[in-house]
Design a protein around this ligand. Structure first.
Ligand code: BDP
Length: 328
């Protein structure tokens, strides 16, 4: 090979390899995935995370969050992070149920006693076990976001007892645990992406769905599902995560900056969350939604034994369930 050709080949190799080597001091653009509207607590938490990282790295890591699921629905976005085409995101933990076993434990119905209990669990050893499982599939968990309690909302039927759920077509996230939970209640589970729920409610393809107050309100599901019954059957939390591919190329100082920024953004999100739950409830009530307040949830909880046995039945998962129950 002539010297000229060898030099040209070397130059091409450098041009191709440089972006992959990604030396940490080099400026980087990070794309963030988010499913929610821009003023949602999680969206504002992610924006705060991005601002803090940019400031503290002197704009070496530039972060932009794409709200409103413009980069795709949740299941696709998880795959994209694993492939390294999405760099950071806020995900609900249910879509990980079939991928990372310990996420089943925090999705289980009626597992948390209240919000302070949930925070203590997530900020302790159970949270660490979840983070290890997520890392194994390419997702680095930096902090946990609140997602409140999920309840059923329906087009026509008020839900007071499990008998009221019989035969109802209820939308769920893509997760075997959720499918079995609905079956145990006598309902007919229909997995659908979040972005399709509004139209499915409108057209009557489904009879109802389940979510927290802020999602029910901000996605305008209340326009077609006019009855909200406070079963509060799950408190599955959310993660603020970055892709392992990006993470592996950061130095220690950068990792610390990201961890601190994530922790601060989670404290901010949790504070906004509590306010937004109240406000969303007020908005839908003012819009004429019927709220069915359920005070005795035991008839629902009593039907969940088979779900616990099937989805948290291994010794490891049983140990995590025990840990959660023993957490003060
Ligand atoms: C919302 C979560 C979001 C989920 C959505 C759903 O914040 O991540 O995608 O529920 O039900 O509460 O799909």
């Amino acid at each position: 090979m002539s010297l000229k050709r060898a030099l040209r080949a070397a130059a091409v190799a450098v041009a191709v390899l440089l972006p992959w080597m990604g030396s940490p001091s080099q400026a980087q653009e990070w794309r963030g995935w988010n499913i929610h509207v821009p003023d949602y607590p999680n969206s504002r938490g992610m924006d705060r995370f991005g601002e803090l990282v940019m400031q503290r790295t002197n704009n070496r890591i530039r972060m932009r969050t794409y709200h409103n699921a413009t980069l795709g629905q949740q299941d696709e976005a998880i795959q994209q992070m694993r492939l390294g085409t999405i760099d950071f995101a806020n995900y609900n933990l249910s879509p990980f149920n079939n991928l990372a076993p310990s996420t089943n434990v925090v999705t289980l119905p009626f597992i948390f006693r209240d919000v302070p209990h949930l925070h203590r669990v997530m900020d302790g050893p159970v949270g660490e076990a979840l983070a290890r499982d997520l890392e194994a599939i390419g997702i680095i968990a930096l902090a946990w976001y609140d997602a409140g309690a999920r309840s059923f909302y329906t087009r026509d039927r008020q839900i007071r007892t499990p008998e009221d759920m019989r035969g109802l077509k209820i939308r769920v996230q893509t997760s075997d645990l959720w499918i079995d939970m609905m079956r145990a209640l006598g309902a007919n589970p229909t997995p659908l992406p979040f972005g399709e729920v509004y139209t499915a409610l409108q057209s009557g393809v489904i009879d109802g769905a389940e979510n927290n107050w802020p999602s029910y309100e901000s996605q305008r599901h209340f326009e077609h599902a006019r009855i909200y019954s406070t079963t509060e059957h799950s408190n599955v939390p959310e993660v603020l995560a970055v892709s392992r591919q990006r993470w592996q190329r950061l130095n220690d100082q950068e990792r610390n900056i990201l961890r601190d920024a994530a922790r601060e953004s989670a404290a901010f999100q949790r504070q906004l969350w509590a306010e937004r739950e109240r406000r969303s409830r007020e908005i839908v009530v003012a819009a004429g939604v019927t709220v069915v307040d359920i005070t005795d949830r035991r008839p629902f909880a009593n039907l969940m034994e088979s779900v616990y046995a099937k989805h948290a039945g291994t010794p490891q998962l049983q140990a995590l369930v025990r840990r959660i129950r023993e957490t003060e």
